[in-house]
Design a binder for this molecule. Structure first.
Ligand SMILES: NCc1[nH]cc(CCC(=O)O)c1CC(=O)O
Length: 310
């Protein structure tokens, strides 16, 4: 008998809730009679899980609370922004679906200026992403970049307070939250290469739940998966985390997949970029090839310096 309920474990931020509600609506539409419920949780970051379920090689494993909920069968799925999804999953869990990508670009948000180019000398720009900082500084070394944290609403509030002349956010988050009118202009990938997976949403679940995996498949978007796999492969091969100046962005061009990567110094003095094109079916190999090309240019030394200074 087909299952009648799917439980989504989700964080409480407006964007996390939007993504969970999106998945709920799609699943309920695709499977008449199915009820999808949201289990909201406050996450405190990584915790050590000590249940036998999550033990690998006798050791406790670092997992997030959403994953604990799935491993303990209090929830069935978790919905993630792909750019925040780590490379490895606890044993038994994995990414079963990658949904269609929203706008992958970074967005320039300002109440005064229309574009990055329009910013006056010494303007104050908010972003805590080293990837964005590196590319901004490379383009405009005169700007003063200041930290900016919190969820999308918090960040916009700080801009409106006058703390910054402009801030950089992902276009996808703003569009999903119906805040697109806050975008003064889009920053094209050639100017600010997006983070791997930016704008794409993925669904994590227990991989042995065959019926569930099957029901989730209606949300799968094959071209997005190929793009994100290539981007993540490059990132993984260079051991890039979310807080290093590293970008990866793929597009599908006919039968081909084109992938561009970037590794830089946070201060923007060194920026390495390279590209690889190959067959869509070879997405992962394309990512690995690009990582090797960037390494040959000296990417590993740059990243080591960033990690070393933490
Ligand atoms: N790092 C935070 C984060 N993770 C996902 C998004 C939204 C965009 C997306 O789904 O990729 C954001 C906000 C931002 O970068 O402005």
């Amino acid at each position: 008998m087909a299952r009648t309920e799917i439980r989504i474990a989700t964080r409480k931020s407006p964007l996390a809730l939007w993504q969970a509600e999106f998945v709920k609506a799609e699943l309920e539409q695709a499977h008449p009679g199915l009820k999808v419920t949201l289990l909201t949780m406050t996450t405190k970051g990584d915790i050590i899980l000590d249940t036998p379920l999550a033990k690998v090689g006798g050791k406790g494993l670092f997992v997030k609370e959403l994953e604990v909920a799935m491993l303990e069968n209090r929830a069935d799925i978790a919905v993630h922004s792909m750019k925040d999804v780590p490379v490895e999953f606890p044993e038994g869990l994995g990414l079963s679906v990658i949904c269609e990508r929203e706008d992958p670009r970074d967005a320039f948000v300002s109440n005064t200026y229309k574009t990055l180019e329009e910013l006056p000398q010494g303007a104050i720009v908010g972003s805590s992403s080293l990837r964005r900082q590196c590319q901004l500084r490379a383009m405009r070394p005169d700007l003063e970049i200041r930290d900016l944290r919190g969820n999308v609403g918090t960040r916009l509030g700080k801009l409106d307070n006058g703390d910054y002349d402009a801030i950089i956010l992902a276009a996808a988050g703003l569009k999903r939250l119906e805040l697109e009118e806050r975008i003064a202009s889009f920053i094209e990938p050639e100017q600010s290469l997006p983070a791997n997976g930016q704008g794409a949403v993925g669904i994590e679940c227990r991989l042995d739940d065959v019926e569930l995996v099957q029901m989730l498949k209606v949300l799968e978007h094959v071209p997005t998966r190929a793009r994100v796999i290539a981007e993540r492969a490059m990132n993984t091969a260079l051991e890039g985390g979310c807080q290093v100046p590293i970008g990866a962005y793929a597009e599908i061009q006919g039968d081909n997949l084109w992938l561009r990567g970037l590794v830089g110094d946070p201060d923007g003095t060194k920026v390495l970029t390279d590209e690889v094109t190959g067959k869509v079916d070879d997405a992962e190999a394309i990512g690995l090839e690009l990582a090797a090309k960037l390494r040959a240019q000296g990417a590993a030394e740059i990243l080591e310096k960033v990690y070393g200074s933490k």
